[in-house]
Each structure stands twice: as structure tokens, then as C-alpha cells.
Design a protein around this ligand. Structure first.
Ligand SMILES: Cc1cc2nc3c(=O)[nH]c(=O)nc-3n(C[C@H](O)[C@H](O)[C@H](O)COP(=O)(O)O)c2cc1C
Ligand code: SF4
Length: 485
């Protein structure tokens, strides 16, 4: 992962934890309405893909165990990981792309409700993504994948040569010559792996995304409602299709790109289709970016405009993330896939303890507070969720008291200690395992390995009936907590 050149190391400080009474009296542990429903506390576990599903994208026993463990901490809400809406093989990514997934998802909802004793609201994040191929072996790229064009012939001055001769010459060109002869996209396909864009209007299925996506999202949302989820989070963030429509890099000329009024059109149409499918009283919100953190990407001003449009359209919550784009991702190894959290934008999404003068904590707070301020000034009261480097009660409570956000997201902190919420609420804050923002978990995610936390995954491995990761070395869920004394 990219790290700021300053390389300043930060530690998560030991906190003053509240007494049980202070917790009860706090804003963090107070209720908040989301649409017509209510969170019992203003805490939120944002979506995190743990790679617990199977090649069919089903709810497995390990998926259930993972979320059951989070639910035992009884946060206000848990958002189930990015879940695919298309009925296509997507590796071990959870799917909601057909009615055959509903029974499994219903079991997941039931497990969370039982483990949280009904205290936790359960949302599911719906995602669409475009095709991303692995970085090819250069020989194979030139032998097979590259389409030989008239431009290549012209640039090589080999108009009459056979395709095989052209391929052989291209494969032998030094890097700087390849840069002259290949297009930017061909070079990207060679060096990073082919990646489809929403602007690829001639690629199959891309031009008509504005026609296909509303139905795909709406059908998935109807399934989520049927499975018993308390609401939907539309994934409009990071490197995926909907975020790419919102992006300032979206230059589509069909009325769905270019100006921000056009870029927000499909995300609004998708929301309207989802609203139609689930009805007016069912909570639907979205996750989007306060800033893309890429050259020529959308910035805070764009995000404020989108927030205004989403609020006006009737979304029930807005959850803000930051960065996490393919555009500045590191070159993968041959055979590996580009991962959107390896560049500067990835750092802003999941900042690690090796940082700059600003440090890894609360980097998303100022922009989100500004966005929320502008919403409130315009008369919208939609709850705003902030996440990024928040691990302590003091941070969370301060952000709420200062009206910087309405709900606090704890992603990696909840992974490090799923009992954070119960421990703090009951006055056992000093028993919290504090995340150190090492990004060991994120490294596992990058390799599509079962995600665990280094602070607990080697503990109590002799526990009865313990399920281990497929490498046989790590436990898959945090050890059980019993309050001391
Ligand atoms: C292992 C892992 C998987 C993640 N998967 C998702 C995801 O599916 N959808 C999403 O919107 N964000 C995802 N994120 C980002 C988190 O939701 C969160 O925005 C980020 O970690 C910053 O918050 P934190 O500092 O509280 O961890 C993931 C993060 C991690 C560490
Ligand atoms: S591995 Fe654990 S300590 Fe490290 S960032 Fe992830 S959750 Fe935090």
C-alpha cells in the first residue's frame, strides 16, 4: 500500500473510557431515526468484505459466524459487505443476484437478530462492478490478447506484414517504443491488466448500463427486503460502477456523464427504481465519496452537490467514505489483479499508522462535517455517517457533540474488537482491544484471503470446536469476551 513519504509513525493512544453512567448519558449511545426506523445507538459497522463466501456467492456457515460475532457487540447498525447484484460468477463475493440467495440471506438476518438480541439494525451493501482482468504475461498479451490494428501497422511501418509478424515485433519492442506504438489503454492492459470503464461505450453492456442497472439494483433490493434486512446501502463509493458514474472522470456523452447534473442522473435513477421496489417506508441510503483523491476526480464540492441531490430524492441516510480508486493503484504482479487501495486514494480510504503530519485518524471528518453543514443549511436533516480512523469513545462523542456527523462508523476498530460497543456501553472500555491501523487485515483482503485481525487471530487456538482459516493457522472470529470481575 502507498504510504505518505513523511513516514511518521502513530500509535492509538490509551483512552479515557467512560463509566457506564457516562456512556448511558452520551450522545453516542443515544437513539437516532433512519427513515421510519430507529438505531438504538449512533454506532455503525461499515461494510467490510471478509471473503467468507464460496464460489457461488452463497451465505456459508463462516459468513454467518462472522456477522454473528459482530452482532454480539450490539452496535447500532451493521452493514453487510459489498454484495453482487449480477448473476455472474464473481469469485467468493457474496451475491444477491437471484431469488435462490434469499433463504441463505434470511438465515444471516436471523443470526444477527438473535446474537444482538434485536439491538442491531442490519443493512446490506449492494454493489455493481465492471470487468477487471489480471495483469497478463507479456508474451501471452502480444500473442493472444492484443487486437492488432491499422494504427500498430502504421506506427511500425509494417503495413503489409502478417499479424503474426506484427505480434512478434511488438513483443520485442523496448518499453519506450511500446509507449509510442500502443494506445494508453493497450499499455494499461499490458502493464496493469484490462479494466473496463463506464466510458467504454462500444464495450458489450456498457452503453446500456443506464437501462440495465436500475432493474438489477431494484431486484436485489426487493430480495434484501424479502430476506428481512432492515435497509439497503447502495454502493456508490470507491472503484465501482456507480462511483464511476459520479466521478468527474466520467465523460460519457449520452446524458449520463460530463456535468455533475448528468453524472448524478443514473445514481438517482437507480435509487428511484429501488425506492419503487421496496416502498416508501423502507430505509434506503447510499455510501459515496467525500473526495475521490485522484487527479481530475470529483472533489468535496461535487460531493456536497451529490449529497443535496440524494437528500432531495429522499434517501434515508448518507454514509461517506473517501478515495479507494483504481486510477492511482499500484501495478500488480504478473497474474495479479489491480487493487484499488494501493495508491494515495487507497491510503485516504484506509489510512495506516504510518502517516504524514495529519496522521491516520479522522481524515474524513472535516469534509464530511462541511458536507453535513451544507445539507443542514439547505434544510435537509438526513443522517450522515462518517468513518475513517475512529477508534475511541472520546473521538466519537466529540464528533457528535460538535455536530460534525450523526452516526459514527467503526470499521477496522470493530474488526479488531467486535465487542467495542458493549464494552464501552457497559463501562468496560479499558478491556477494549484498540486497532493499531496496521492494515494487516487489508493486506489479506487484497489477496482475497479470509480477513482476520492480527490482534486476535492467533489467540486461544486450542478452543473447543474452533474453525480455522484455510491456511490452518488463524482463527476466523475474535475470541469470546466475558467481562472481568
Ligand atoms: C477488510 C476490509 C474490507 C472492506 N470492504 C469494504 C466494502 O465491502 N465496502 C465498503 O464500502 N468499504 C469497505 N471497506 C472500507 C471500510 O468500510 C472503511 O471505510 C475503511 O476501513 C475506513 O474506516 P476505518 O478507519 O473505521 O476502518 C473495507 C475495509 C476493510 C479493512
Ligand atoms: S489487522 Fe487488526 S489492528 Fe491491524 S488494521 Fe486490521 S483491525 Fe486494525
Amino acid at each position: 500500500m502507498w504510504k505518505p513519504p513523511e513516514r511518521i509513525k502513530y500509535t492509538t493512544s490509551e483512552n479515557q473510557w467512560p463509566s457506564q453512567q457516562q456512556a448511558v448519558d452520551s450522545r453516542l449511545f443515544s437513539k437516532i431515526a433512519i427513515g421510519n426506523t430507529e438505531l438504538k445507538q449512533r454506532t455503525w459497522v461499515p461494510a467490510m468484505v471478509p471473503w467468507r463466501s464460496n464460489e457461488e456467492g452463497e451465505v456459508t456457515g463462516n459468513v454467518i459466524a462472522w456477522y454473528r460475532r459482530f452482532a454480539q457487540g450490539k452496535p447500532g447498525a451493521i452493514v453487510i459487505e459489498a454484495t453482487g447484484i449480477r448473476d455472474i460468477p464473481s469469485g467468493p463475493l457474496l451475491r444477491i443476484s437471484s431469488d435462490r440467495y434469499v433463504d441463505g440471506l434470511r438465515d444471516l438476518v436471523a443470526a444477527v437478530k438473535e446474537a444482538s438480541e434485536g439491538q442491531t439494525q442490519l443493512y446490506i451493501q449492494l454493489i455493481d462492478f465492471l470487468s477487471v482482468r489480471r495483469r497478463p504475461d507479456p508474451q501471452k498479451f502480444f500473442d493472444r490478447f492484443l487486437e492488432v490494428t491499422a494504427e500498430h501497422r502504421r506506427a511500425l511501418n509494417m503495413n503489409d506484414a502478417s499479424e503474426a509478424e506484427i505480434r512478434a515485433v511488438l513483443a520485442d519492442l523496448p518499453a519506450e517504443e511500446q509507449e509510442r506504438v500502443l494506445t494508453v489503454r493497450e499499455l494499461e492492459a499490458l502493464r496493469y491488466g484490462y479494466r473496463e470503464r463506464v466510458t467504454d461505450m462500444t464495450a458489450p453492456g456498457v452503453a446500456d448500463l443506464p437501462v440495465t442497472l436500475p432493474t438489477l439494483f431494484a431486484d436485489a433490493a426487493a430480495r434484501a427486503k424479502a430476506a428481512g434486512f432492515d435497509g439497503i446501502e447502495l454502493h456508490y463509493a470507491h472503484a465501482y460502477t456507480m462511483a464511476s458514474f459520479l466521478s468527474a472522470t466520467n465523460t460519457r456523452d449520452d446524458g449520463y456523464g460530463g456535468t455533475r447534473e448528468h453524472r448524478v442522473r443514473l445514481p438517482l435513477t437507480v435509487f428511484q427504481a429501488v425506492r419503487q421496489a421496496v416502498g416508501p417506508d423502507y430505509p434506503v441510503g447510499c455510501r459515496f465519496l467525500s473526495d475521490e483523491i485522484i487527479t481530475q476526480g470529483s472533489d468535496l464540492d461535487d460531493a456536497c452537490y451529490f449529497a443535496h441531490e440524494f437528500a432531495e430524492a429522499g434517501m434515508d441516510f448518507l454514509s461517506l467514505s473517501r478515495g479507494g480508486k483504481f486510477d492511482d493503484a499500484k501495478q500488480p504482479k504478473i497474474g495479479g489483479a489491480v487493487y484499488p487501495y494501493t495508491g494515495k486514494s487507497g491510503y485516504e480510504c484506509m489510512p495506516s499508522y504510518i502517516s504524514d503530519a495529519q496522521g491516520p485518524f479522522e481524515r474524513n471528518v472535516e469534509p464530511v462535517a462541511e458536507l453535513r453543514r451544507r445539507l443542514r443549511d439547505a434544510g435537509y436533516s438526513v443522517p450522515v455517517v462518517v468513518a475513517g480512523g475512529i477508534y475511541s469513545f472520546d473521538q466519537a462523542e466529540r464528533l457528535l457533540q460538535e455536530d460534525q456527523a450523526d452516526i459514527i462508523g467503526f470499521a477496522r476498530q470493530a474488526l479488531a474488537d467486535p465487542d467495542w460497543f458493549e464494552k464501552v456501553r457497559r463501562g468496560y472500555g479499558n478491556e477494549v482491544t484498540v486497532c493499531r491501523y496496521s492494515n494487516y487485515c487489508e493486506g489479506l483482503d487484497q489477496k482475497h484471503k479470509q480477513v482476520t485481525c492480527e490482534l486476535w487471530d492467533r489467540q486461544q487456538l486450542d478452543e473447543d470446536g474452533l474453525v480455522l482459516a484455510s491456511d490452518g493457522k488463524r482463527r476466523l472470529t475474535a475470541p469470546h469476551w466475558t467481562p472481568s470481575g
